[in-house]
Design a protein around this ligand. Structure first.
Ligand code: C5P
Length: 234
């Protein structure tokens, strides 16, 4: 299975994003994650331009709506030639199936589609008291991951520390995309459940999503290369 490092381009404008990506001219083109902030600020043109420059793109918009709306929205996104996108598993199996239908191109190919299980900002206490979900958070994560698998999705976004249990429940080919990665000698920032690139690989991550350890580094290209080395090599 493909393994890669995805850089979270959490910038608020095209200018900042391209100033950053320009540093990678003439090197391996990193896989980049475009989130809601940048997409809502700059629209689909930012995706087209990043693709034109040769980067694989994970469009992290976390769709969650009625199946018909998700199907039609995914159809629009599939025309952007992205490589990976996502939905909330809480939208139900029917919604996830509609997402796949919308995303599938006329030739039968489609970008990878992954599901968000429970956001890492949702604690077990909030889940139980505010959302009236009585099960434990790990049980919920595994159940939502299994729903995603049943709907035909390729995998889930989860904490690297949850990747092992997701693989155990859904099989080794079920893709895990994991943020919350930090170098052993660096600051955690606001992330709580973190691990290093090497440890993420050992636990079973297929793609690690790394933001500030690369984007805020003095030498982002060197930080990216270090990440690749630690994640991909034994
Ligand atoms: O800068 P940092 O490496 O913490 O960035 C991590 C990226 O992964 C951010 O874009 C963040 O929104 C995203 N993410 C996360 N935790 C989740 C889901 C997404 O950190 N559970």
């Amino acid at each position: 299975m493909a393994k890669d490092v995805i850089i979270a381009c959490d910038f608020s404008s095209a200018r900042q994003t391209f100033d950053f990506l320009d540093k990678f001219e003439g090197t391996r083109k990193p896989f980049v994650k475009i989130g809601m902030e940048l997409y809502y600020a700059e629209g689909p043109q930012i995706v087209r331009e990043i693709k034109r420059r040769g980067h694989p793109v994970f469009l992290d918009l976390k769709l969650h709506d009625i199946p018909n709306t998700v199907r039609k929205s995914m159809k629009v996104l599939s025309s952007l030639d992205i490589d990976m996108t996502n939905v909330h598993a809480a939208g139900t199996i029917e919604m996830m199936q509609a997402a796949i239908e919308g995303l599938t191109r006329p030739d039968g190919t489609r970008p990878l589609l992954i599901a968000v299980t429970q956001l890492t900002s949702t604690s077990q206490e909030r889940m139980q008291q505010e959302l009236l979900i009585g099960a434990g958070i790990n049980e919920t994560i595994v159940k939502y991951a299994d729903n995603a698998r049943k709907a035909g999705l390729d995998g889930v976004v989860c904490s690297p520390l949850e990747a092992g249990m997701v693989k155990e429940a859904c099989g080794k080919d079920f893709v895990t995309v994991t943020p919350g990665v930090r170098f052993a000698d660096a600051a955690a920032d606001d992330q709580v459940r973190i691990t290093t690139p090497a440890k993420a690989r050992q636990i079973g991550s297929d793609y690690i999503v790394v933001g500030r350890p690369i984007t805020a580094a003095e030498d982002p290209v060197a930080a990216y290369n270090r990440c690749l080395e630690e994640f991909l090599n034994d």
